[in-house]
Design a protein around this ligand. Structure first.
Ligand code: HEM
Length: 470
């Protein structure tokens, strides 16, 4: 069938003959969050599905919640732009596709369940206290940028949680790994934005490929060293993995051990294990830390919400007790605050997928060979979220009758949604529990500017000030 005979949804405003929307996207490369916001709003105004043409590619933009769900489940392959991270994450679950993805996802799911994540609670508690300590010099000193503190702490938590105590003990390699991860993120984003480097030969010519290779060597050598050491220990102690470690009286099983257990019968090769470990760090650390940056900012801007949260923390945990596994579900308002932050400022504002076969939506059919952009932000601004959807109002999560997980899109929708959702929510609860009992936060959210680089990064206006709670 002639693809062009399939009816297109309305075009996003600004389409030019021949150029499509390319000029619009290029003009906004450095201000992508505005483009994301406007595109989502225009799409909502035009009935929930629109189209955009960038270069030679046709994109469907989707904010309608039902169509977003259909598209998420029907289009499982990620957009080629995300493949620039492939040298880092390899064919780990975030980037693989087809049967490889299905097999790995099924294998890894058990490592992300609530009982397993409970095993990380002591790591979360000790890391959150460390984070609170690191902010202490800013008490009463006016506003400051809390993002780098959160980013570094989150990356460290991920390294410890992923690779284990050995990596944590070797501070130098850990720091080297963390620096390499930061550099890798910059290199990938640089390549995404400089479209002329998308061509492999030009990428190599510009010297960027060499830079990437050097950084990757560091990233993989740490993963390799830890894996080989763990395998040697296993060989000495028999095939059983008995690896619960103690840091500050802490018992936990790093993802490395969980993966080795899950692939006891050789289900994963060493290379695949390293790719999955790097995937966990790459996909997790910045999404969590940026989300926490926004949550603190929102709490600072909405003091009445902060006081309610503080009361719940005191009631459930008292003034300084750690969060235990029986507390996690009792922190109901804390949970509502996190969900509301994800609804209003999701750290992943777009899901980008390839349309491999024609996909029937409610009113249109997406053509095979095109791409689609699914917006969680606009889906969650849908009026069925109740009144004042543009306001930060955690109570909406407690007032019953709100949407279920199936339509809440901040962690993605359907089969390929976020595997780390439970990790993210529990770790953020613990961080808030320690930070908010120690400090009162103040902030002005009205000047917040962010940039879109697959994750939404705070650019300016996100500073907070802190005072010690007595
Ligand atoms: C607030 C924190 C987080 C947010 C907002 C978030 C959001 C998302 C979203 C929206 C997707 C789906 C993307 C798509 O459909 O194209 C996703 C996928 C994924 N996330 Fe998260 N995430 C968070 C934390 C984490 C954490 C902590 C981990 C790891 C421990 C993680 C690991 C992953 C992985 C591996 C995928 C790919 C899953 C697959 O393709 O099967 N995420 N995340």
């Amino acid at each position: 069938r002639d693809k062009s005979s399939i009816l297109l949804p309305p075009a996003l405003p600004g389409k030019l003959p021949f150029f499509g929307h390319t000029h619009k996207v290029i003009r906004n490369f450095t201000n992508m969050q505005e483009l994301v916001k406007h595109a989502a709003n225009d799409c909502a105004k035009q009935g929930g599905v629109t189209h955009l043409v960038f270069g030679r590619d046709l994109y469907y933009l989707i904010v309608d919640p039902q169509d977003a769900f259909t598209a998420s489940n029907a289009c499982l392959r990620r957009h080629y732009g995300q493949n620039f991270a492939e040298n880092w994450m390899g064919k780990g679950i975030a980037l693989s596709t087809g049967d490889v993805w299905k097999y790995h996802r099924k294998l890894l799911n058990p490592a992300f369940t609530l009982p397993v994540i409970h095993g990380f609670l002591d790591v979360f508690n000790s890391q959150s206290k460390k984070l609170a300590d690191s902010l202490e010099p800013h008490v009463g000193k006016g506003s400051f940028d809390h993002c780098p503190y959160l980013l570094n702490n989150s990356l460290e938590t991920f390294c410890v949680g992923t690779f284990g105590i050995d990596a944590f003990n070797d501070r130098e390699s850990l720091q080297e790994y963390m620096d390499a991860v930061h550099k890798m993120v910059i290199i990938i984003m640089d390549r995404v934005l400089k479209f002329w480097t998308h061509n492999d030969f030009i990428y190599w010519l510009t010297g960027l490929k060499k830079k990437e290779d050097d950084v990757l060597k560091i990233i993989y050598s740490l993963a390799d060293a830890v894996l080989q050491k763990k395998k040697a220990t296993m060989a000495n102690e028999g095939s059983n993995i008995n690896t619960e470690f103690d840091i500050t009286g802490t018992k936990y099983k790093p993802f490395l051990d969980l993966l080795l257990e899950l692939s006891k019968n050789g289900a994963l090769t060493d290379k695949q294990i390293k790719e999955e470990l790097n995937t966990i760090v790459a996909t997790g650390f910045e999404t969590v830390s940026n989300q926490l940056t926004y949550t603190l900012l929102q709490l600072g801007a909405y003091p009445e919400v902060q006081e309610k949260l503080y009361k719940e923390l005191l009631q459930v945990l008292g003034p300084d007790r750690d969060v235990g596994k029986n507390d996690v579900n009792k922190l109901v308002y804390t949970n509502a605050v996190i969900m509301e932050s994800l609804r209003t400022l999701p750290s992943i504002p777009i899901m980008l997928r390839c349309v491999d076969n024609d996909v029937r939506l409610k009113n249109y059919t997406m053509r095979a060979g095109s791409c689609c952009l699914i917006f969680p932000l606009a889906c969650d601004y849908d009026q069925s979220w109740g009144a004042r959807t543009d306001q930060f109002h955690p109570e909406r999560w407690l007032e019953g009758d709100f949407k279920d997980d199936k339509e809440f899109a901040a962690f993605g929708l359907g089969k390929r949604s976020c595997i780390g959702k439970t990790y993210a929510i529990v770790s953020m609860k613990v961080a808030l529990a320690h930070l908010l009992r120690r400090y009162r936060v103040k902030a002005d959210i009205s000047k917040l500017k962010m940039k879109y680089e697959f994750v939404m990064r705070p650019l300016s206006g996100h500073e907070i000030s802190i005072e010690k709670r007595t």
